[in-house]
Write a protein that binds this ligand. Structure first.
Ligand SMILES: [Zn+2]
Length: 308
């Protein structure tokens, strides 16, 4: 037993003092550092920040998987790793490959099954009567923005919320409470915001990021990345939705009304257009900043129109 432990200790020591695994970690660390630097120096570029955070998130997942699989392979082939230099190389190659395959497999599973489970949870119905315009409006936006035709579903609930669900059947779910509390212009901008999440594949990513942040519960980075990615994607969907409709002020007004209506049901947190805001760990950007950016965009569009 003690001999086995001694061998394992030697294998781990040999592995983590070899240049190849250390180089993998160094490249990973240097890439994360570079992305963080570009992130910190581009505070207002939501599109760039979304890509950077996504990259940082992927690297952080790779980092932990690499450590875990390396340990498993050191245990599995302790003798080879401890005494043969090729053992280290085989273990590193195995760890890199297994980490990539494992993240791809979990990502595929989340992409394939998570949206369906969200749809089952909310069980939306088709829009009818006064709500029928929502589907034709969504079709029009999708055709103009060039992404597959989404379904619009209604959930009968007093709570005002709107959710984008990705996957094989992209759907925008709207709570009937939202339709009652907002006027037509505001509803259009909220639907456009959700459609932009579908266009940018945010809907699938949000679920993916939540699942991974739960799996990596011990990882301090994911506690920061997961909410930060959500916040940047909200800014981006606000801006793209407001540009597409040409009504940024209506979206700002919708956000203010929704926040006055109170916190939406817990099941919609992180998915709906608005939710609880609590600093650096919040999945939603501060309401003031969202409204400020939208009003700035309105001023910009107005200035452009006046100049014509
Ligand atoms: Zn959103």
């Amino acid at each position: 037993m003690s001999e086995g432990l001694e061998l394992l200790g030697k294998a781990i020591a040999t592995y983590w003092t070899s240049p190849v695994p250390l180089s993998v970690l160094a490249v990973c660390g240097a890439s994360m550092g570079t992305l963080l630097y570009v992130f910190a120096t581009n505070a207002r570029n939501a599109k760039l920040r979304v890509s950077l955070l996504t990259g940082l998130y992927a690297l952080s997942i790779f980092f932990w998987l690499f450590l875990a699989v390396s340990l498993v392979l050191c245990i599995a082939q302790a003798r080879d790793v401890a005494y043969a230099t090729t053992g280290v190389q085989v273990a590193v190659a195995g760890a890199v490959l297994a980490s990539l395959v494992a993240s791809a497999a979990v990502s595929f599973g989340v992409w394939r099954y998570a949206p369906a489970s969200v749809l089952r949870r909310f069980a939306p119905r088709e829009p009818g009567g006064d709500e029928a315009w929502l589907q034709s409006y969504a079709d029009l936006v999708a055709e103009f923005e060039r992404f597959p035709r989404p379904a619009v579903g209604i959930v009968d609930s007093d709570a005002p919320f709107a959710i984008a669900v990705g996957g094989r059947r992209p759907t925008v779910i709207v709570g009937s409470g939202l339709l009652r509390q907002l006027d037509r212009d505001e509803v259009e901008t909220v639907v456009a915001h959700e459609l932009m999440h579908l266009k940018h594949h945010d809907a699938g990513f949000k679920v993916f990021s939540r699942v991974f942040s739960r799996i990596l519960f011990f990882d301090p980075f994911s506690k920061f990345f997961d909410p930060a990615v959500h916040r940047e994607r909200e800014y981006l969907a606000d801006e793209a939705g407001a540009r597409s409709t040409g009504k940024p002020a209506a979206l700002a007004s919708a956000l203010l009304k929704l926040s006055k209506a109170g916190t939406p049901p817990r099941a919609t947190w992180g998915l709906s257009i608005h939710g609880p805001v609590k600093g650096v760990f919040s999945r939603y950007p501060p309401l003031r900043e969202r409204v400020r950016r939208l009003l700035l965009l309105r001023d910009l569009l107005d200035a452009g129109r006046r100049g014509q």
